[in-house]
Write a protein that binds this ligand. Structure first.
Ligand code: GLV
Length: 318
């Protein structure tokens, strides 16, 4: 029994060592060096060539080396086996920390103080109490819930929203378009943790942004396609938005001529909010393989009916 391993954006050797340590009884075939296609039971991949996964007749499941699944779903010949997203708590923690960092930055006007320091100016701005600063987290999958909970624990007033109703212990949650329209006028920071699909594509558009109060903020740690970037730039120029922290973009890497690079209110990071950490990710994947070998369910199994927007391959930092 073998694992097919391929991380398009990294050397496979680190992954091979970590997976071998976790699963010493399994052979790990690093793509493209696969001598026996019939021996492959599990695919562990990111950015794998389209059409290849159908060549393994005994494939039981495909594990993504990241949380996103578009690198698999865009394969027109993807075999009908369970697809398992990477549900690594270490990644969710990093993403939650990233989002909290920017919420604090926006709440405490840090952008203003950075600029004032350059001019040697000692000018304080008023700050609302932490629990009056309203944060709206869009998308309540495991990452969104982790983000919302951490920011709530820091004392902010957090609401979680999703298309469909989802309960999350200790979190105030709402769902549907009407609830969104009710919340937006009192939201200080919107954080997107939404997977990209037909419903979420450009959900944050001109109409959405016009419902936010003047001086609000946007953080995006999911996929660039959730935001209409031209509408975002207009909202920044008109002072509807006072700041944006963007880790993901509709085209990655962000093209050098793109206005988001140089906008004074925009903070650009290169899709680094939730890196995959090899050691923790390998142990999460290995535990799922052990579960499958015991005829138990791996998790989280991706629901294929949610679909995905055809998207450019996203860069993966490991
Ligand atoms: C990163 O974007 C991931 O999908 O893990």
């Amino acid at each position: 029994m073998s694992i097919l391993l391929n991380n398009q954006f990294d050397q496979n050797s680190g992954w091979q060592a970590a997976l071998s340590k976790e699963l010493p009884e399994l052979n790990i075939a690093c793509y493209p060096d696969v001598s026996d296609a019939a021996a492959i039971h599990y695919g562990v991949v990111w950015g794998h060539p389209f059409g290849d996964l159908k060549r393994y007749p005994n494939l039981r499941a495909i594990f993504s080396l990241g949380a996103g699944m578009e690198h698999l779903l865009n394969d027109p010949e993807l075999p009908e086996v369970p697809l398992i997203s990477l549900g690594d708590p270490a990644m969710s923690q990093d993403m939650a920390n990233y989002a909290l960092y920017w919420v604090i930055d926006f709440h405490r006007h840090m952008q203003h103080y950075r600029a004032e320091q350059m001019r040697q100016q000692w000018n304080r701005l008023e700050t609302p109490p932490t629990n009056d600063f309203n944060v709206l987290v869009l998308g309540l999958g495991r990452i969104g819930q982790h983000v919302a909970e951490l920011i709530q624990q820091a004392g902010f007033n957090v609401t979680g929203w999703d298309f469909k109703s989802k309960t999350a212990a200790a979190l105030s949650t709402v769902s549907g378009n009407d609830a969104l329209s009710e919340l937006l006028p009192s939201t200080n920071v919107v954080i997107s943790c939404l997977a990209l699909n037909e419903r979420s594509h450009q959900l944050i558009n001109a109409d959405f942004l016009a419902q936010l109060p003047m001086g609000s903020h946007v953080v995006n740690i999911s996929r660039g396609g959730v935001i209409d970037e031209d509408a975002l730039l207009d909202a920044l120029d008109s002072d509807r938005l006072n700041g944006a922290a963007l880790d993901v973009f509709s085209i990655e890497p962000l093209p050098s001529e793109h206005r988001l690079w140089t906008h004074s209110k925009v903070n650009v990071t290169p899709h680094m909010a939730g890196p995959t950490h090899i050691s923790s990710a390998a142990s999460v994947i290995a535990e799922n393989i052990r579960r499958m070998e015991r005829s138990e369910q791996p998790e989280p199994i991706f629901d294929r009916s949610r679909g995905v927007q055809a998207a450019a391959m996203q860069d993966k930092n490991t």
